[in-house]
Design a protein around this ligand. Sequence first.
Ligand code: AMP
Length: 485
Amino acid sequence: MIEEENENLAPEQDETIPAEPTAETESAETEELESEPQPSFDDFKLNKQLLNAIAELGFEKPTPVQTQTIPLALAGHDVMGIAQTGTGKTAAYVLPLLMKVKYAQGHHPRALILAPTRELVLQIEENIQKFSAYLDVRIVGIFGGVGPKSQIERIQAGVDILVATPGRLMDIYRKGELILKELKTLVLDEADKMMDMGFMPQIRQLLEIIPRKRQNLLFSATMHERVHTLSEEFLEFPMVIEVTPQATPVTTVSQKLYRVPNLRTKIGLLEHLFHDKEAFNRVLIFTRSKTNADNVSSFLDRKGEGGVRVVHGNKGQNTRINAVEAFREGEVRYLVATDVAARGIDISGVSHVINFDVPIIYEDYVHRIGRTGRAEQTGASITFANEAEIYHIRRIEKLIKMQIPEDPLPEEVEVFKTPYEEQQEIDKEIDNQKKRANPEFKGAFHEKKSLPPRENIGKGAKTRDRKKAGWKKTKSGGASKRKSR
Ligand code: AMP
């Protein structure tokens, strides 16, 4: 599903959706739309290689922290960013950094990113790898808890961007194995956490030994007094940007969660819910990808009474305006949208918001469900989550500081077996989540997918023996490694 999504989420020039149109006249609204386009990655002065990587990652539009940070960092300013994990802050500093570092050069690091934990170091390293898919840049991550030997070897082989925990960085520096005189950029990520963990002495030592003339970027989830003091010590005329996640869902919106194993069952659940035409009279349905948006809308077109329109980046601006208008006027009962549309749509009297997929930018959850329950009206939001999406639900719950009540799937809803490819995507996603939590986790998905040694299959076996490798045939003919719930 993710691959499908990536294919379909190529950024576009124009992703504008009406931002709370006044609806005085149609032409006034169109003018407003045209004069206030939402920022797109193309608006930044990023090179083709980076834009291609961004498109492949499926990022449709920059997040607020990216919109604010990227131009400032590209212009060479020091930046102090107050932003939490989940806001897209990594890309906000990595993209401008890659514009600066661009290609492998010399031997010693030209950029240093400090992070409090090994998990974050690995995550940042992984992010940089993805964004630099079309660049020739050497990235090395170093952290404690493992012997330094292989890390030193990697450094000696040449490095452009070094990602490090402060303790390990200073250890290796003191051994004389690291030259920092080429540094042009220093990033402190999760600065508040580094201070909480007692890394201040190492950071101070570091500031003594690196070149004074450099660009500094500091990110912190909070603006504590101590962070402020640190910023005064180490930033020069910083531009301060702050993104506070909108973490409080509107209280008039009820929330509900269903665990739904796969796409087909999700469609079945939609069909079941929409039998209640009276209650579900004006429904906004959010999907993660354009493909899912199209799938849901063509299903509703066939099955749902009351008409459906779809808005996403592949639709022309006029089509989108007309779709939203038809929904607003009550000409159609369903509007299917990707998150591009989420922030702009203000339509009163929306009975339900359905999260057909869980948003991976967690703030979007709040934005999505905020489309209902507006103007003192009560509204309802219902979220469908497969096994992999539950991970994101738990994080959304942390953000909104409440648990989303879960209901069992209604008995009338048929649970379909998950097709082979979809199950693979789900397993892959779960593996990635586990790897993020524990970098030593090797990945169950990988083990199951790989061939057992030939002798285990039997002499002379020429083809993959999925059965012996632990795969089960499903009724539909695909292989599934787990029973649908
Ligand atoms: P971060 O706050 O940097 O940890 O990022 C949180 C998540 O958002 C990561 O999974 C990123 O891959 C994802 N992300 C970052 N920027 C964007 C974007 N512009 N569009 C969609 N997803 C993004």
